[in-house]
Write a protein that binds this ligand. Structure first.
Ligand SMILES: NC(=O)c1ccc[n+]([C@@H]2O[C@H](COP(=O)([O-])OP(=O)(O)OC[C@H]3O[C@@H](n4cnc5c(N)ncnc54)[C@H](O)[C@@H]3O)[C@@H](O)[C@H]2O)c1
Length: 306
């Protein structure tokens, strides 16, 4: 039988390899015969991986240490790791979701990949409106160093709620992927972007708390009537970096079971079409979130006394 996917002995690097979509991606790649370097904060327990490297992707130093442990030639990169911002601060959320992908791509993948290489990022439908807000992202997306990104996002990190870092970072990755796919195409390296809708992963509870219920999350999964499984997001990522997709580059692949189509057709409200950096909106959102957190704390305090 022809080896359609062509992963045998390919050196694949996967971030976010220990849970959810990243773990499902690692499992598939191992099955397909790839040599997998699994990167995550937490241990990756998938049998058959070549190496697990513990790395905090919000740290430039740890990324540099990690890439010292990965062989010089890389065939495929899967940038899957991400944080919702529900439990981490703005800086950590933004750096894990955006800065790490930018830094790895420009400093390591460009130098270590060759013709035929392939990159896929996992962003989110939350970042879909990036084209509308390019002005907000331009400077950050065009910054070439870790330090520059830190400087440019310093004010936001101090004033905006961390959950806003999610939407902003995903928009930045989408724009970065679109622009860099052109640069990497000149080198014969493909670059694509998968935009998942609501998926049942380690992040589910955090998103559920944000929308208030599981039904609220399911309502964000288009007409599926259920959340996606991690595998249903890993399939398109594995496909895009495979030999089955050799003419696909610069694609934003929506994996949301019509959720975006419903919005495009005006059949559903688009709540994502708001600024991610406007100081008034950020301040208002932060105030609202603090108020909600305080009322939760008060409520649990009075529950404790019962
Ligand atoms: N679950 C959803 O509904 C949903 C929807 C859209 C997009 N996404 C995106 O999918 C991607 C995968 O997330 P998931 O849903 O599988 O969640 P998950 O929490 O199951 O997996 C995320 C992984 O990233 C790792 N990680 C987090 N911060 C890290 C850091 N600083 N350094 C290294 N590793 C770190 C975690 O340890 C975890 O293994 C993320 O980029 C997320 O934003 C998720």
């Amino acid at each position: 039988m022809k080896n359609y996917f062509g992963y045998t002995d390919k050196l694949c690097v996967v971030t976010g390899a220990s849970s959810g979509m990243g773990k499902a991606t690692v499992e598939m790649l191992v099955d397909l015969g790839a040599k997998v370097y699994a990167i995550d904060l937490n241990p990756c327990t998938v049998e058959g991986i070549t190496k697990f490297i513990k790395c905090n992707l919000a740290s430039k130093t740890e990324i540099d240490e990690t890439f010292k442990q990965i062989p010089e030639h890389i065939d495929c990169f899967f940038g899957v790791a991400g944080l919702s911002g529900a439990k981490t601060d703005y800086r950590t959320t933004f750096d894990c979701n955006y800065t790490a992908n930018m830094y790895i791509t420009l400093n390591y993948l460009k130098a270590r990949m060759s013709k035929g290489g392939a990159i896929v990022y996992c962003t989110s439908t939350a970042g879909l409106e990036w084209k509308k807000f390019k002005k907000e992202q331009n400077k950050v997306v065009h910054a070439k160093t870790w330090k520059e990104v830190q400087e440019l996002t310093k004010k936001l990190a101090a004033s905006a709620p961390a959950t806003f870092a999610y939407m902003y970072s995903k928009r930045c990755v989408s724009q970065f992927a679109c622009e860099q796919s052109v640069e990497f195409a000149k080198l014969g390296i493909r670059m694509n972007n998968v935009l998942p809708g609501s998926t049942d992963t380690g992040m589910k509870q955090e998103f559920q708390d944000m929308v208030g219920s599981e039904e609220g999350l399911i309502a964000q999964a288009g007409l599926a009537g259920r959340l996606a499984t991690p595998e249903e997001m890993a399939y398109p990522m594995v496909f895009l970096n495979s030999e089955m997709a050799t003419f696909i580059s610069g694609l934003e692949m929506l994996v949301d079971y019509t959720d975006t189509c419903l919005k495009t057709l005006g059949l559903k409200k688009n709540l994502e079409a708001v600024s991610a950096t406007n100081p008034i909106i950020c301040a208002l959102a932060k105030k609202m979130m603090n108020k909600e957190a305080n009322s939760h704390a008060l409520k649990s305090g009075s529950d404790d006394k019962k």
